[in-house]
Design a protein around this ligand. Sequence first.
Ligand SMILES: NC(=O)c1ccc[n+]([C@@H]2O[C@H](COP(=O)([O-])OP(=O)(O)OC[C@H]3O[C@@H](n4cnc5c(N)ncnc54)[C@H](O)[C@@H]3O)[C@@H](O)[C@H]2O)c1
Length: 432
Amino acid sequence: MKISVIGVGYLGATHAICMASLGHEVIAVDVDPQKVALLNTGVVPFYEPGLTQLLGTANAQSNLTFTTDYSDASNCDIHFLCIGTPQTENELHADLTALENAFESVIKIAKPGSLIVGKSTVPVGTAQRLATNLAERKPGVLLNWNPEFLREGHAIADTLQPNRIVIGANTENGAEALANFYKLVSPEAPIFITNFPTAELVKVAANAFLATKISFINAMSEVADATGADVTLLADAIGADDRIGRKFLGSGIGFGGGCLPKDIRAFLARADELGLAESLNFLKEFDLINQRARTRAVALALKELGNPKGKKIAVLGAAFKPDSDDVRDSPALEIAETLHALGASVVVHDPRALESAAAKIPELTYSDSIEETLTQADLTMHLTEWGEYRALDPALVKKLVKVPTIFDGRNVLDVAKWQNAGWKLLALGRAL
Ligand SMILES: NC(=O)c1ccc[n+]([C@@H]2O[C@H](COP(=O)([O-])OP(=O)(O)OC[C@H]3O[C@@H](n4cnc5c(N)ncnc54)[C@H](O)[C@@H]3O)[C@@H](O)[C@H]2O)c1
């Protein structure tokens, strides 16, 4: 099938490359000429495990074209919209400007009988509004809303073997063509066909639930700090109940990234517009708990260091999560930036995100060497859960630092191993 993918960021590039690898002819359109040029030379402009290799395969190379020219996509049967919907500056709601511009451009080139598929995360009510516009302007072209659940770091597997497909449509048989398309991508994936608002809500409700679990355990971490309880053992014990489950009960410095924080804020803003502010008020609290986890980490560092001026802090991790170079709303980077602003001499290491971090916060010092980062450090802060940090030999790295004290912002380091090697461990929600 000939398809287009509009917007080749984290979601769109992955979708385009994966669909081309399955044999579809893919025209991938983006307004960013640099991104398009890089992708056309086989370079993925961000880090996602396996994606560059998949782009280099014969199938992807022969089936995939990246372009800035929408008219190259005029002959496509399906147009997948993968446009960013970031938080509006200084407000809670989602900025749909780029999505609406892209939608306008697609309307102009879509051939009769083709299908436009929105994959971006949008406030409930958006799809129906766009569908009404489309019906007036290009009758015969259909719209589906097909929210995306891929996780950065697992994006290829999540695209080729998704755990579910959700298709929102506003006519009875309007989802059939897309359902058939996805049956060929992943015959095992359950397909949920819904109306537009349900499809839009599945995405934001899922993210709200995940954010709730993380913030819930971080609220327990605050209580643990005040009472002497251990939040990780608490999470193990409540998570052993399969009605609760242990996943997403990882306490620490909280969630970040380009999705969860802005999605719960956009959900709050939309609920407010709908007169439902009270229904989602709990999300406001969970957003605050999440922000507080960052300030608690800074406070713990200051308590340990005293006056931070001139003290060296080695920060392990800049990305918002491991196996990604995404630093959007990254807790690690925000903590590093705050400590730098307070006068500490902060050096940040990350296996993949140094370039994106330096582009975002240029005033920090970055190093691609763990040794250099740790050398003569007065405090080490483990802030992103990369495997290489967990694999560090505490006895070896102790020889590099000035003071063997490490803050485990993710509560994943082997406490006994680090303590036995002579390190002092600091954490949120547990007295070690
Ligand atoms: N990143 C994820 O893991 C993920 C997962 C699920 C859902 N989503 C959702 O998917 C959407 C895209 O997210 P992302 O992380 O890929 O964003 P992104 O910012 O990485 O990518 C968006 C791309 O759209 C391009 N673009 C902007 N205006 C355009 C236009 N008029 N025409 C063509 N291209 C245009 C930008 O240049 C950019 O390359 C968002 O709604 C997000 O919430 C993202």
